[in-house]
Design a protein around this ligand. Structure first.
Ligand code: DLL
Length: 434
């Protein structure tokens, strides 16, 4: 562990720390951010009277819209001269959300990312290739500072330029690769096509830190086999800090949340009611140590559940299940709720399909129409038509029996679907475009 004291602390001790830190955070936000003052006053919540974690349920939520309404710096709780960095998440509608960091916030961020790297087996001896985008996106610089904090060697290549990525993995002896899972698949495909110039099996690569987008267990297995590494999930969101809110350990069974810095609740997204540990719902975050941009009960839209187990890795931190969907990613197809990851899970479980797909939703007359475009490998594609039709039927049947919806399936040849260096675009919902 990078920080054994905190990562293996008894939950009751963590709770005490959280309570103290929350008291500070609530006052800090109330006294320095007009939005929080107004919202707390309106709800009749007095931060001076906050005494236990249970009281948090009286505090109003912070919505993405609140962040947009306060664009760009309206939620900052410190003067600009204390802010040493800003990041922003693009957002497809409305204003982007902007977050700021003090020197101490950057320190905390580096620390939690260093913990992630150690959880994935990283040490100062590792060479970590950061292929997340550098810039306003938090992925590149987030991983970068964490890797430096650990004392590892950073290769700050950013996203894209796949041939160069592969060349550096080979020439520099990169041992850990950090990028989105979909970009890892792109690299694996490129290497496969350019054998023997590039061959992951003959590199020193041992682990991948793959996050920033949802992906399924089947996708993980596919990546691990194609690249010959251990793939670990890293989760985070700009509003809360960036990458490093939680991560998997050697058990690859749930993500440990760094509870000494982030307090989590899971709520019913419809009613806003806090759910007991173990139940699935929307995860809500409260920062405990952030100075520049404290977030209080931020509604992430990410769907998961939190639970405690006695993890073999020795960490006592609460766990969250792999996030496989956001409430706003949920598609309602002819009244049935469908998450894109349910479709991915089915596709990746069928032999002959490749991990490149897109879900296109449209309206035909009064009915929703779904087409799933999936790449198949060269061999399958050039096989007799009968093979393709049989595979299409198999996919349709599996989706119908698992999700209760009928879809059209279009199998396409390799490299048809647009690739991304960062987060993959899995869904095109033409219904919302009109
Ligand atoms: O994606 C931060 C990040 C960078 C995380 C690099 C991990 C690695 P945003 O761009 O603000 O921040 O997007 C945050 O992405 O609310 C989730 O919906 C999704 N997300 C992030 N990590 C995961 C993950 C970064 N491991 C949003 N699994 C979040 C599933 C994830 N979804």
């Amino acid at each position: 562990m990078f920080n054994k004291e905190y990562e293996s602390m008894h939950p009751s001790k963590i709770k005490a720390i959280q309570t103290e830190r929350l008291k500070w955070t609530l006052k800090h936000a109330y006294n320095n951010v007009p939005h929080y003052k107004k919202a707390f006053d309106k709800a009749g919540f007095n931060p001076d009277r906050f005494s236990s974690l249970d009281d948090l349920k009286y505090v109003p939520f912070l919505m993405k819209q609140d962040m947009r309404d306060n664009y760009p710096f309206g939620l900052f709780a410190v003067p600009m001269e204390k802010v040493v960095r800003v990041h922003s998440s693009s957002g497809t509608t409305g204003n982007a959300t902007v977050v700021g960091y003090t020197k101490s916030d950057i320190e905390v961020w580096a620390e939690v990312v260093a913990r992630v790297l150690v959880a994935a087996g990283g040490t100062e001896k590792d060479i970590i290739q950061v292929a997340y985008g550098y810039g306003l996106f938090t992925g590149g610089l987030g991983l970068h500072y964490g890797a430096e904090k650990l004392g590892a060697t950073v290769v700050p290549i950013s996203g894209g330029n796949t041939e160069r990525q592969l060349m550096l993995i080979k020439d520099f002896g990169t041992t850990i690769l950090a990028c989105t899972p979909s970009y890892a698949v792109n690299m694996a495909d490129y290497a496969e096509k350019n054998k023997p110039d590039y061959d992951f099996k003959s590199t020193r690569l041992k682990a991948g830190i793959f996050g920033a987008e949802p992906s399924t267990e089947n996708m993980r297995k596919m990546i691990e086999t194609k690249i010959g590494i251990d793939a670990y999930d890293i989760y985070g969101l700009s509003e809360v800090i960036g990458p490093g809110v939680s991560c998997e350990c050697s058990e690859k069974n749930g993500l440990h949340i760094f509870e000494d810095h982030f307090y989590v609740e899971v709520i019913d997204p419809e009613t806003g009611e806090v759910l007991p540990e173990g139940e699935q719902g929307e995860i809500v975050y409260t920062s405990l140590t952030k100075e520049a941009c404290p977030v209080i009960r931020y509604r992430s839209r990410d769907i998961t559940r939190i639970y405690r187990d006695s993890c073999k890795c020795g960490r006592t931190l609460v766990k969250m299940e792999k996030v496989t969907g956001r409430s706003d990613d949920m598609l309602i197809i002819r009244g049935v709720n469908v998450f894109p990851m349910q479709i991915e899970s089915i596709l990746m479980g069928i032999e002959g399909t490749e991990p490149h797909y897109q879900i296109i939703v449209d309206r035909k007359g009064a009915l929703d129409d779904v087409e799933i475009m999936v790449e198949v490998n060269e061999k399958v594609f050039s096989d007799k038509l009968g093979v393709l039709t049989a595979l299409e039927d198999r996919i349709k049947d599996r989706i119908r029996s698992a999700l209760g919806i009928s879809v059209r399936v279009k199998l396409v040849e390799p490299s048809t679907i647009q690739r991304s260096d960062g987060k993959a675009k899995r869904v095109i919902d033409k219904r919302t475009l009109t």
